[in-house]
Design a protein around this ligand. Structure first.
Ligand SMILES: [Zn+2]
Length: 233
């Protein structure tokens, strides 16, 4: 928008039939202005962690043909895509169906000094009625877990949950504390998203739908963008 406006001013300045003379100028768009607008490159690095992988399938059912590890990878790839479209640097802890130990996932984020860590999982319950999305962060205060990280993880979790409930129409189960290795071992604000119940037939159908996963991923990426915009120095 800004570029087009500036261009219009320049066009008015140099064109003979300018509005200055009370004649409406014929506005043409030079080829260079027809390119899609590139997002501003942002400095933050976000680690996107697809839960499970390889020998660890996560929740799975042959009869209902799903494996959590596949669904998390598909979703993580979409999240990374949307973040890249927003100008962010992203690293995935896995891009294929391989086993990556939990501690390695956290080490990847720590060694790269990443700004945020976002882990994606799908839930399972013995009750078919259990439904909705919940987001976890690590709360226990230790020397290596400064309180700013706890507060920022919680804030990020709240932003993400709010946005994905809006983008998918799913129920919110809230932002909760948990002692999961990937959110405990990481040193930056970190969350783990349980993005719906594979044990709930209605939610499973939605989760299998590529468009639903796109809405989910878009909501997560928008929330990350909003959170970082608030914290950018
Ligand atoms: Zn999982």
């Amino acid at each position: 928008m800004k570029l087009s406006f500036i261009h219009l001013i320049f066009a008015c300045f140099f064109m003979s039939g300018c509005a200055y003379r009370g004649i409406a100028p014929e506005i043409t768009t030079p080829h260079s202005f027809q390119r899609p607008i590139q997002p501003a490159v942002k400095k933050e690095l976000i680690i996107v962690d697809a839960g499970h992988g390889g020998k660890d399938a996560g929740a799975s059912s042959k009869r209902e043909s799903y494996e959590e590890k596949e669904l998390t990878l598909e979703t993580a790839l979409l999240i990374a895509d949307y973040l890249k479209q927003n100008g962010y640097k992203t690293i995935l802890t896995r891009t294929q169906d391989i086993f990556v130990p939990l501690v390695t996932r956290a080490e990847i984020a720590n060694s790269l000094n990443a700004d945020l860590f976002v882990s994606i999982h799908y839930n399972y319950s013995s009750s078919k009625d259990a439904k909705g999305i919940e987001v976890f962060y690590y709360k226990e205060e230790k020397k290596e877990t400064p309180s700013f990280r706890i507060a920022q993880s919680k804030e990020l979790g709240e932003e993400v949950l709010k946005k994905i409930v809006k983008s998918t129409g799913a129920d919110s189960r809230g932002v909760k504390e948990a002692n999961f290795a990937v959110v405990r071992q990481t040193k930056m604000p970190a969350i783990l998203i349980e993005a719906g119940f594979l044990s709930n037939p209605r939610e499973l159908e939605k989760i299998k739908d590529p468009q639903y996963k796109q809405s989910l991923a878009k909501g997560i990426a928008n929330a990350v963008d909003q959170y970082l915009a608030r914290h950018r120095k």
